[in-house]
Design a protein around this ligand. Sequence first.
Ligand SMILES: Cc1ncc(COP(=O)(O)O)c(C=O)c1O
Length: 403
Amino acid sequence: MTQHIGELAPPNRLMLTPGPSSMDPRVYRALATPLVGHLDPWFKGCMDDTQVLLRQIFQTENRLTMPISASGSGGIEASVLNSLEAGDEALICVNGLFSERMAVIASHTPAKVTKVEAPYGKPVDAEDVRRAGKGKKIKIVGLAQGETSSGVLTQLEPFRKVADELGALLIVDAVASLAAVPLHVDRERVDICFSGTQKAISAPPGMSPITVSPRAEEVFRNRKSKVQSWYFDLTTAMNYWGKDRLYHHTPPVSLIYALREAMRIVMEEGLETRWERHRVNQLALIAGIEAMGLELLVKKPTDRLPTVTAVMIPDGIDDAKVRNQLLDEFNIEIAGGLGPLKAKIWRVGLMGYCSQKPYVLLFLAALEKVLLDQGLRVPSGAGVGAAVQSYTHAHSEAATVSR
Ligand SMILES: Cc1ncc(COP(=O)(O)O)c(C=O)c1O
């Protein structure tokens, strides 16, 4: 009972993980500004700003656009629970752990859920979705634009086409892709899109931005039964985030400050410059990884998610030893594989603030040292050399955050 607990002093890690990513100092400063009440007239203006910025980042005019007070999984819950009820049928594209989570959450509703699957490392084929939905009345088609467990990117257009043919809403998990990968919610006619604050937006974890098309709102309004969650019922949550600003629950005020500042940084950089930065840095990382003799899980370059690179662990190399040494010796965190990919891959994240040329070069040098120590013969300097070449061929000025 007398044990003394000291002041908090976390280590200063470089988080090259699939989330959370490291944050810009401006976001820390926003977090430390004075707390106000969630119904304070000043805070209502801060909410307005947050919604304006969210619409810019999602590239949408959707009225129903707000940050849900929950991590990215809360975005999945809200999307699926608000859309589905008894008698409905859902097709969920599953190519990894997070798209599988969407199917699992959908199975908590009384709707019939069919998974359309692809092996980890590949996107689902839209043709398989068309086949699975043929002759049926489908309410939603769901997918992850960025499947973080395997580093796979899914192109949205073919799925929008199939969803149109089936008369279904298209739900897109952009947790690992928003603000890093091209996404135009209105132009691509995504009905419900959600993300997480801790990834390429580089704000703290704990909020899930979501946007809902007028068509999906109409579907919510026409429900015959109550949404199976009070907290995630988007129509009532909008009493607070809508024009009335009525109490619904107490939101994480300081996280909203941080999100607002992180999004200001996104828009100062510009979405297209940011998308390009993520692309250029991943290309350099991949050039370095391959020059070291390592292989990637995702074989087809256009299927690679720019924010998460899945590297095959070479035979005889201990997954945890490498990750622990990177952490202990270089303060760099990377992630291991999940589910069937556990101990088979490393996942290297270059998200938001972490997608920078100096970090790519530092990581490749650190990985070389660690792999040599673990007994793998890596050609000396090959990783950094190949990355430098890659930057020389790309527009390298796009690779670094300019501040
Ligand atoms: C694509 C994707 N969807 C959903 C989630 C779940 O988000 P959270 O862990 O913030 O609940 C993640 C988390 O990594 C993710 O990468």
